[in-house]
Design a protein around this ligand. Structure first.
Ligand SMILES: O=P(O)(O)OC[C@H]1O[C@@H](O)[C@H](O)[C@@H](O)[C@@H]1O
Length: 219
């Protein structure tokens, strides 16, 4: 049988980090006197890369060194707030073990920086269970561009149509569909109506197992 894989987005898919990202952004934007609303966070922050987020909220193009500095400032704040709070989404760890027992290759593809990925994987001790790790630094074009998913498939040695992606955001689902992959929508931060059409939706990992994922690949 040809190899098959599951690729996980991170924020909102492995851990429910968005409330902590919101806290970090509130402190960060207050310092720069930038206005924001909860609705704006949902539409312009969840699952987006910092280049998009900063440019949207500062209302001018933020690139290069300035982007690097602002990103480092906000993401350090996030890691400080979140480091004592790292918990996976309900039943994520047994689901990951189920996938490994069924022979799946597994990877993570996030728009967050490598330091955030490291914090989460180290805290959950799942680093050794992942065959591919891709963070913001690994790509030149961010979600909704498919680069991070296509590169992950290449690293895993699995063709895109044999990959199932777990995603929770509009730009993330779009990226995975653009890569030609099947998508399971994780409803941690958005309702199904707010996401592009997915093959399946789950609220948490009690609702899925390796057999169901294999079925998705066969249809
Ligand atoms: O892991 P994902 O969903 O690609 O998300 C990454 C981004 O998710 C957002 O919600 C954060 O505010 C960003 O700072 C972060 O980089």
């Amino acid at each position: 049988m040809d190899p098959f894989a599951v690729i996980f987005d991170m924020d909102g898919v492995i851990c429910h980090t968005n409330p902590y990202h919101a806290k970090a952004f509130e402190q960060f934007f207050d310092k720069y006197k930038i206005p924001y609303t909860e609705k704006e966070f949902e539409e312009h922050m969840y699952g987006k890369h910092n280049s998009y987020i900063m440019t949207h909220f500062f209302k001018r193009e933020i690139i290069g060194k300035e982007l690097q500095q602002l990103e480092e400032e906000k993401e350090s704040l996030f890691r400080e707030i979140y480091q004592q709070e790292v918990v996976p989404l309900p039943h994520y760890l047994p689901f990951l073990d189920d996938l490994k027992s069924a022979g799946f290759k597994t990877g993570v593809a996030t728009s967050a920086p490598l330091a955030n990925l490291k914090l989460i994987l180290d805290s959950l001790q799942i680093d050794a269970k992942m065959d591919s790790l891709m963070a913001s630094e690994d790509v030149s074009q961010h979600k909704p561009h498919p680069e991070v998913y296509l590169k992950s498939a290449e690293k895993l040695g699995v063709s895109p149509n044999a990959c199932v992606v777990f995603e929770d955001s509009f730009s993330g689902v779009t990226a995975a569909l653009n890569a030609g992959m099947k998508v399971v929508g994780v409803l941690s931060s958005h309702s199904r109506e707010e996401l592009p059409p997915c093959s399946l939706y789950i609220n948490d990992y009690r609702e899925i197992n390796a057999t169901r994922v294999l079925n998705l690949l066969q249809h």
